[in-house]
Design a binder for this molecule. Sequence first.
Ligand SMILES: CC[C@@H](C(=O)O)C(=O)SCCNC(=O)CCNC(=O)[C@H](O)C(C)(C)COP(=O)(O)OP(=O)(O)OC[C@H]1O[C@@H](n2cnc3c(N)ncnc32)[C@H](O)[C@@H]1OP(=O)(O)O
Length: 300
Amino acid sequence: MAVSLWKKIFQTTKERILQQRRVSLYNVAHGYEEELIKKKLQQFAGGSINLSKEDNGIGILTLNNPQLMNAFTGTMMLELQEKVAELENWKDGKGLIICGAGNTFCSGSDLNAVKAISNCQDGMNMCMFMQNTLTRLMRLPLISVALIQGKAIGGGAELTTACDFRLMTPGSEIRFVHKHMGLVPGWGGAARLVRIVGSGAALRLLSGALKVDPERALRLGLSEETLLSSEESASLEEARAWLSQYTEGPASVIRAVKQVVTAGRELPLEDALRTEKDVFGTVWGGPANLQALVRRPKHK
Ligand SMILES: CC[C@@H](C(=O)O)C(=O)SCCNC(=O)CCNC(=O)[C@H](O)C(C)(C)COP(=O)(O)OP(=O)(O)OC[C@H]1O[C@@H](n2cnc3c(N)ncnc32)[C@H](O)[C@@H]1OP(=O)(O)O
């Protein structure tokens, strides 16, 4: 009886949480025309988004367009959406590291593509497309890290704010250059930056288009740690080691932890409490909990 009740709660909760996640930020009611912008973005090819899902539950998502400092072409934006959907369905996933090829992070939108979609309709549709995708990325039930090597510029800086944490290598830089492009962030970077560093610091970084080096990022709370190495593979190994401190344990529990924190961060208190109760119901009396009750670990 108890087991079947637990299973019913688990299934209902899982469906509700999944449903919440699948409701996009923008839809036709907002004038968003996804098929139109996907067709347009398809015209701007180049580069790729590579995803490696490892047995330890850590995914490595690589922005791969090093000739253009990993600038996002149209097809890379489409591939990012595909990879986020794949990660939403990766039940064993616990963590995610986002990095760029060629020892640099990302220099934002491909300016060649930006020129061709500079009209209002295409620009707004691209903005909503990327906000939908980065919001889904942010809400993945995985602990995500942006590994910033080299430059994270414009939309690249915005992408870092869609991750739970940022790690920077010596000499790397985050810079919201939008002002110099006659823009403001369009991929949700401003809204997320305010929540990370506060409105005062966000206003200074955006209005000054300030270069944020690792030391300034640490002071602002924008970066968790400055890694020791600036070498590409060594810094990735450091990032894996850093993330593994937080992803050790059953995937069901790590994913539940991210879900309750996402609820606490985004929902009004009473909704967050109800979501926490629902997520609690998916782990209480579950395999990991029952095994721990047998083991009786000492938390010294
Ligand atoms: C809504 C759009 C907005 C957003 O998404 O919010 C944006 O992101 S708009 C784009 C904002 N990004 C930029 O303006 C970055 C422009 N690039 C640079 O400032 C510099 O390239 C750099 C990133 C600081 C690196 O400088 P450096 O190390 O000196 O390399 P190069 O400048 O020589 O770059 C190598 C090569 O790559 C090309 N490149 C770099 N960034 C882009 C880009 N965003 N789009 C297209 N191409 C880019 C650069 O032109 C060089 O190519 P070649 O000239 O052919 O050698």
